[in-house]
Write a protein that binds this ligand. Structure first.
Ligand code: UGA
Length: 433
């Protein structure tokens, strides 16, 4: 099929490359010329395992191209909209500027009968509004939320857990058939497919992210209690997780969730619910957010306490900046936030991350960064692990003790084996254990 993808950020670039790998003829469109130049040469503006290979293959086969020119969408049968919906600068709702702009850019080139497919995470009600705009030129709209995780984006796009089609009841059958053609490979692998209305499809996405965020804040709330009573939240999570109704995934306590999705999505959902007169229904999301943000300060407090209350002038190695491993994304990252807070208190912070230093430096040039893990550890009076990269999980407690000035480590992701570290002379403090 001939496909256009508006927006070549995380979602759009991966979607375009994945669709090309499935045999479709794809053009990715984005107004950012630098991004387009990079993608056209097979490189990615962000770190995502497997994506460069997919891009290179698509470009080489001539099935994938990138442009800043929206008129190149004219030949496509299906137009995906995968632009960002960041948090508004003046509030907690979603900023729909890029979605509206993409639709406006596409509109002059929309053929009668073409299908516009929204993938961006939007406030419920957006699809119905956009359907009227594209309907005016004889095109149709579908909403098809994306559930990809950074770090696994390629796999999640090509082999999704489920497909959700939000469709206009009047044309549902033909629109579903068109989407089935796009996703023929996933359909052939019996991927569950839910065909529904616009509102439900929009809600599925924010409800899923709200549920995941709530699960993480739930276990972090248990971590707060476990700390007071001397319990171990990781054992608690293991025990809870054996109940298959609860499940063990997304029950890892630590410094909390971050990234470009969970934090802004729960805030936007709460803001939208207020507008709908149902703020009370999701009032708990405010607490989910608060519990989450508390974790960062809690970590900072523990580090400061370990120095008797004053961290000024003390050497602290912060291991990790990305909001999670296998990503260079530092949007709303607890790890970067903790480094910034410690630096703000006057600590001599030395930050390390295998991938996220350039993005961190752009946002916080005042921090000191090193790409050399040994250099980060050398002379440190406290080590703070805040992103669970394998290179940190694999640190040897004995060898690491020889590098630091004071063997004190804080495990913000509960991935170290405290007895092994203690046996090597460390004071090892986890989160909620
Ligand atoms: C999230 C969702 O998992 C995807 O399904 C969704 O498509 C995506 O947002 C989106 O809306 O686009 P992502 O932001 O890539 O994906 O990252 P996650 O793997 O969900 O992790 C989010 C944060 O939660 C990370 O900071 C991670 O460290 C933290 N986390 C995760 C915990 O603190 N504990 C856990 O047990 C799991």
């Amino acid at each position: 099929m001939r496909i256009s993808v508006f927006g070549c950020g995380y979602l759009g670039a991966v979607h375009a490359a994945a669709m090309a790998s499935l045999g479709h003829e794809v053009v990715g469109i984005d107004p950012d010329a630098a991004k387009i130049a990079l993608l056209s040469s097979g490189r990615t503006p962000f770190f995502e395992p497997g994506l460069p290979e997919l891009l290179t293959a698509g470009l080489a086969r001539g099935r994938l191209r990138f442009t800043t020119d929206p008129s190149e969408a004219a030949a496509a049968d299906v137009h995906f909209v995968g632009v960002g919906t960041p948090q508004r600068k003046d509030g907690t709702g979603a900023d729909l500027t890029y979605v509206d702009q993409a639709i406006a850019d596409l509109l002059p080139y929309l053929r009668h009968g073409a299908l516009v497919v929204g993938k961006s995470t939007v406030p419920v009600g957006t699809a119905a509004r956009l359907a009227k705009i594209v309907g005016a030129v004889g095109a149709r709209l579908a909403w098809n939320p994306e559930f990809l995780r950074e770090g696994y984006a390629v796999k999640d796009t090509i082999e999704p857990d489920r497909l959700v089609y939000g469709l206009d009841a009047a044309t549902a059958e033909q629109d579903a058939a068109l989407l089935d053609e796009v996703y023929a490979s996933a359909i052939a692998h019996d991927t569950p497919r839910i065909v529904t209305d616009y509102a439900t499809s929009e809600l599925v996405k924010v409800a899923a992210n709200s549920f995941l965020a709530t699960k993480i804040s739930f276990i972090n709330a248990m971590a707060e209690i476990a700390e007071v009573v001397g319990g171990d939240v990781t054992q608690l999570a293991d025990a809870l997780g054996h109940d298959t109704r609860i499940g063990r995934r997304f029950l890892n306590a630590g410094v909390g969730f971050g990234g470009g999705c969970l934090p802004k999505d729960i805030r936007a959902f709460a803001a939208r619910a207020e507008e709908l007169g149902r703020g009370d229904s999701v009032a708990f999301l405010k607490q989910v957010d608060e519990i989450n943000l508390r974790r960062r300060q809690h970590m900072v407090d523990r580090v400061v306490d370990s120095f008797g209350g004053i961290v000024h002038g003390r050497r602290v190695a912060v291991l990790g900046l990305a909001f999670k491993p296998f990503s260079d994304d530092v949007r709303d990252s607890p790890a970067l936030d903790i480094a910034v807070r410690l630096n703000g208190l006057g600590a001599e912070v030395m930050s390390h991350d295998p991938e996220a230093i350039p993005n961190s430096r752009r946002l916080h040039p005042q921090l000191t960064y090193t790409e050399d893990l040994d250099e980060a550890l050398e002379g440190a009076e406290a080590v703070v692990l805040v992103t669970e990269w394998n290179v940190y999980r694999g640190l040897d407690p004995v060898a690491t003790a020889a590098k630091v000035a004071r063997p004190v480590i804080f495990d913000g992701r509960n991935v170290l084996d405290p007895p092994a570290w203690r046996a090597a002379g460390w004071t090892c403090t986890g989160m909620g254990r």
